[in-house]
Design a protein around this ligand. Structure first.
Ligand code: PRP
Length: 211
């Protein structure tokens, strides 16, 4: 039997994913050791492998077949635009992709003025403003702490993830428009879905029963 390999994005989603997998009898004890610097973990009995990567790299591993299955946020799936099957919503990691800024930016948005949009998600932002709103904007790519941009005058608005809303609130910003809802998704390599259909379908069925 071949191994089925899972790519998990490091961080919050990985922890929740492992908890969910435990409920369907898929465990990987080795992976729970927080001090370990190991990158790949094996469950010999079930012929499964797991590895942790940076979230945005998960769709890349899955498209190329280096991983058969990936667990990743919908934001990353949309941003990366890789060829893969999105097979299921895992229901956790719920949040929203939003256009945010100071309340005063609402006017600018309404009147379609040329605005600067800072974001970690340039493709999502481009698609939203250019294709859905038919609005010309300048996208400025940042790598984190996006809320800083309108505060220090780098941009009028941002496109970013809002979960509890506390980061916005503590920085005097508000949600101006909602782009789309987000949550953790399971993605599968297109060839693996055919070659390992039975085993992968069983994992999906078992997980669906627990949700
Ligand atoms: C994310 C996101 C927001 C914040 C939203 O940032 O970019 O800044 O969480 O959460 P909240 O609505 O519950 O406050 P993350 O913590 O991933 O760090 P980053 O700024 O480096 O992107």
């Amino acid at each position: 039997m071949e191994y089925i390999t899972f790519a998990l994005g490091k961080g919050r989603l990985a922890k929740k994913t492992l908890e969910l997998f435990e409920q369907i009898g898929i465990t990987c004890e080795e992976m729970k050791d927080k001090d370990s610097r190991k990158l790949i973990f094996v469950n010999e009995e079930l012929k499964l492998k797991f590895f942790l990567s940076k979230g945005p790299d998960v769709p890349t591993y899955v498209e190329y077949g280096a991983a058969d299955i990936g667990i990743v946020g919908k934001d990353t799936i949309l941003e990366e635009g890789r060829k893969l099957f999105e097979v299921m919503d895992l229901g956790f990691g719920k949040c929203r992709m939003c256009v945010c800024g100071p309340q005063t930016a609402q006017e600018v948005l309404k009147h379609h003025e040329h605005i600067r949009v800072a974001t970690k998600y340039p493709n999502i932002a481009k698609d939203y403003f250019h294709n859905k709103k038919h609005q010309t904007v300048e996208i400025i790519k940042l790598n984190g702490s996006i809320e800083l941009a309108p505060i220090v005058g780098l941009s009028e608005v941002i496109v970013d993830i809002v979960e509890t809303g506390s980061t916005l609130k503590e920085n005097g910003l508000v949600v101006l428009e909602e782009v789309c809802p987000l949550s953790a998704r399971m993605v599968v390599n297109q060839v693996s879905m055919k070659m390992e259909n039975e085993r992968i379908s069983k994992i999906i069925r078992d997980l669906k029963e627990k949700l």
